[in-house]
Design a protein around this ligand. Sequence first.
Ligand SMILES: Nc1ncnc2c1ncn2[C@@H]1O[C@H](COP(=O)(O)OP(=O)(O)OP(=O)(O)O)[C@@H](O)[C@H]1O
Length: 293
Amino acid sequence: MPTKEKILFVVNPVAGTKNKDDFSSWVETHLGSKGLVYEIRYTERRGHAVELVNEALEQKIRYIVAVGGDGTVNEVARGMVNADAAMGVIPMGSGNGLARSLGIPLKISDAIARVSELNERTIDAGYINGEMFLCTAGVGFDAHIGKCFEFAEGRGLSTYVREGLKEFAKYKPLSYRIESDGKSVEREAFALTFANAPQYGNNAYISPNADMSDGLLDMCLVEPFTMVEALVLVTELFTKNIHRNERVRITRVKEVKVLSPESDCFHVDGEYRPLEGGEINVRVSEGALKVLV
Ligand SMILES: Nc1ncnc2c1ncn2[C@@H]1O[C@H](COP(=O)(O)OP(=O)(O)OP(=O)(O)O)[C@@H](O)[C@H]1O
């Protein structure tokens, strides 16, 4: 194990609700004692993490750790795709989808200790309309909730749940033309999600068997359902059983085009994006990112 290679921590001070005051002393406890060299930098605005990563890569820093939620992880990862450097994650957001999917401890001091082991693994990255995602992306209800969340008052899990419940009964399934592998089909769906990782975050498993290193994305189509079926689906989402539900169709894909003139938005790792023209293009980039696990 290299001991003198520098580790950069990129901390989003506004991510999540956990107190970050003791962060530097935890890092010193776990890394300083092993003789590992580190630096801690704080982001000052949206997009700043990508700039910090680019600077670090120019300085040939080999390990860069995202400290925050999936938004921060996404920004750090965007800078690191296909670079000769590995990304660590200290989960400090509300969903922590990537950290949970990689088995990274949610307790901060344990996650820092895990980083100090410098164990690397390679994972795939997905792209939706040119934007990278590591966990999930898609159109339909989850994208709609991402949009409501963006404009809602408050952050965190409680705001997600509140927006989800408010919109659930009102939301109307949309129609999608799905083109993949030389085939084209028309489907009505409540949601059409592309999963690189098994879950959205918060242990909501949309595709429990999704493998982040198989060079494929799980395309999860949730067909329209009744209110009674909805209760079963929500339970199955949190008990890793949704893939067994007959309303859920999961296929593994490398590249897909989806046409949906009624859709006005999509999401990238839960973050809302407006959609004009109703077309999304999704693909996987195999082994795009090295991560510390
Ligand atoms: N100093 C800053 N001030 C304001 N926003 C920032 C700052 N630094 C980073 N950001 C932005 O904060 C956003 C939210 O970060 P992140 O997703 O990590 O936290 P979260 O929303 O609390 O967690 P989760 O995604 O798990 O709900 C990111 O889009 C990031 O670009």
